[in-house]
Design a protein around this ligand. Structure first.
Ligand SMILES: Nc1nc2c(ncn2[C@@H]2O[C@H](COP(=O)(O)OP(=O)(O)OP(=O)(O)O)[C@@H](O)[C@H]2O)c(=O)[nH]1
Ligand SMILES: [Mg+2]
Length: 450
């Protein structure tokens, strides 16, 4: 699985900036950089964690740039291998030339995530921590950053390892008993064994329930703004994102395309989708818009169903949304409460976008509905990845099988297999049991240079 070649990639975004950083890792890193770097000292003779000023020359000895080279010696580097980081002036032409000069010297371009993959293969990180590195880079709100940080700090790994060790301990008793089957000795009685397994299932269940919030931490929440025409859906979107993003007019049927904007409320990412007002229309374009509104509702986690003080919240819309997906969370909102009307519509929240009344209540409701008001403890393990969730589910299933086998007095061999399977599913989370496919799938999603 492990390759010993030396890899190089641009580690900063490809564009102009104050500096760019090129990263190289592998056993030839120092000899390669020494062939193009001229400084006071050869890098192969430099101490680890030191920085060296000098010039980088191309094959014809022309100056490419003056640079700083940081030296990290095996095993004290991100990857665990000899590595260097070259800081250059932040011009993509410069980094391209330096990378070309290095790839002429038996160094190859890194694949996406290959530095982190090497860190994993060299036991610098376990698999769930390596996955957290990608999450840290892509986190766009405080809460998602904290969630990823929590995982990188190994809080989930520690919990999973603890459960896996409990399981291995339980299964070793069962296996021991099998070894001594002839002598008919009992190393653990069935009640004790059942109790141990039940405790582990309880803990796994606790982890599984964190996923609904964990998914939100990581991916945010899709919110659809839906309602009759002209009630102020686009006005609300504009108000929330504090800019004139969607066209607002007093002509019903203004919005046609779905308009997406992101906003962070209490550190949680909400992806708002403004949609075409839903009504029977003879206008073909508007009808396309209405069909798109329906698709948006299908994809949404939360629907803000808006009416105004004249339309109320039409019952047929509520039914339509429930028909599209029964599990939707719906917040019923009445807008334009600054205007007089004889109708007294029933809703969860009453607002006036015009003068900003009630919007905070709507925010509170959004946060509450998305479980974000849960006190999020940075010290507790939260499952944010579908892969981890599936592994935990598989582990639980194997344990339930195990319990069934015990209760039905089925031979210990089968119980041992169930317990082993459960332990393997847990080990998959931290990468102690993995296949190349799983690894490729995970690291493929990283950026090059990470
Ligand atoms: N008085 C009052 N008028 C509002 C309020 N919110 C929006 N409006 C007005 O209502 C009209 C319709 O607003 P839009 O935001 O375009 O409504 P919409 O629901 O997006 O309409 P469609 O895209 O046509 O479905 C505009 O003239 C807004 O200025 C409010 O709170 N009070
Ligand atoms: Mg609109």
């Amino acid at each position: 699985m492990f390759t010993d070649d030396t890899i190089v990639a641009l580690a900063t975004p490809n564009g102009s900036g104050a500096i760019s950083v090129i990263r190289m890792s592998g056993s030839n890193s120092f000899s390669a950089i020494d062939k193009i770097f001229v400084g006071k000292k050869r890098i192969s003779e430099a101490n680890t964690h030191t920085i060296h000023y000098g010039k980088i020359l191309d094959g014809e000895k022309n100056l490419i740039d003056d640079v700083l080279v940081s030296v990290f010696r095996c095993p004290n580097s991100y990857t665990g291998e000899d590595s260097v980081e070259i800081s250059t002036h932040g011009n993509p032409l410069i980094s391209k030339k330096i990378i070309e000069a290095l790839t002429d010297l038996n160094v190859r371009l890194a694949e996406p995530g290959e530095f982190t993959k090497r860190a994993f293969l060299n036991n610098k990180l376990d698999l769930s921590q390596a996955e957290a590195v990608a999450d840290i880079i892509s986190a766009r709100t405080d809460v998602s950053l904290k969630g990823a940080r929590n995982q990188l700090d190994g809080i989930l790994s520690t919990k999973v390892r603890e459960l896996r060790d409990m399981l291995i301990n339980a299964s070793s008793f069962v296996e021991l008993e099998l070894d001594f089957a002839e002598e008919n000795v009992e190393f653990i009685n069935q009640d004790q064994l059942l109790k141990k397994i039940e405790i582990i299932i309880f803990e796994i269940n606790t982890l599984l329930t964190t996923f609904s919030f964990g998914k939100i931490i990581k991916d945010g929440i899709n919110v659809a703004l839906v309602g009759p025409p002209n009630v102020g859906k686009s006005s609300l979107l504009n108000y929330i994102v504090k800019e004139s993003r969607a066209i607002v007019s007093d002509i019903p049927g203004t919005t046609r395309d779905v308009i997406r904007e992101e906003v962070s409320i209490n550190g949680i990412l909400f992806r708002l989708h403004d949609t075409a007002g839903i009504r029977l229309s003879k206008d073909e374009l508007e009808n396309i818009g209405i069909r798109r509104s329906q698709q948006t509702v299908i994809d949404a986690d939360v629907v803000i169903l808006i009416g105004d003080v004249f339309t109320g919240i039409p019952l047929e819309l509520v039914e339509k949304i429930n028909g599209l997906n029964a599990n939707k969370k719906i917040i019923r909102v009445i807008n334009k409460i600054d205007l007089e009307s004889n109708l007294k519509p029933v809703a969860d929240i009453y607002i006036s976008v015009l003068n900003g009344v009630g919007i905070n209540l709507l925010f509170n409701k959004l946060v509450q509905i998305s479980n974000g008001s849960n006190v999020y403890s940075e010290k507790s393990a939260v499952v944010t990845s579908l892969r981890h969730f599936d592994c935990l589910k598989n582990a639980k299933e194997s344990l339930l099988n195990g319990i069934l086998s015990i209760k039905n007095k089925i031979s210990g061999e089968f119980i041992a297999v169930d317990l082993r399977n459960a332990a393997n599913s847990l080990s998959e989370i931290i990468g102690e049991v993995t296949s190349d496919d799983i690894l490729n799938n995970i690291f493929m999603k990283f950026c090059i240079g990470k």
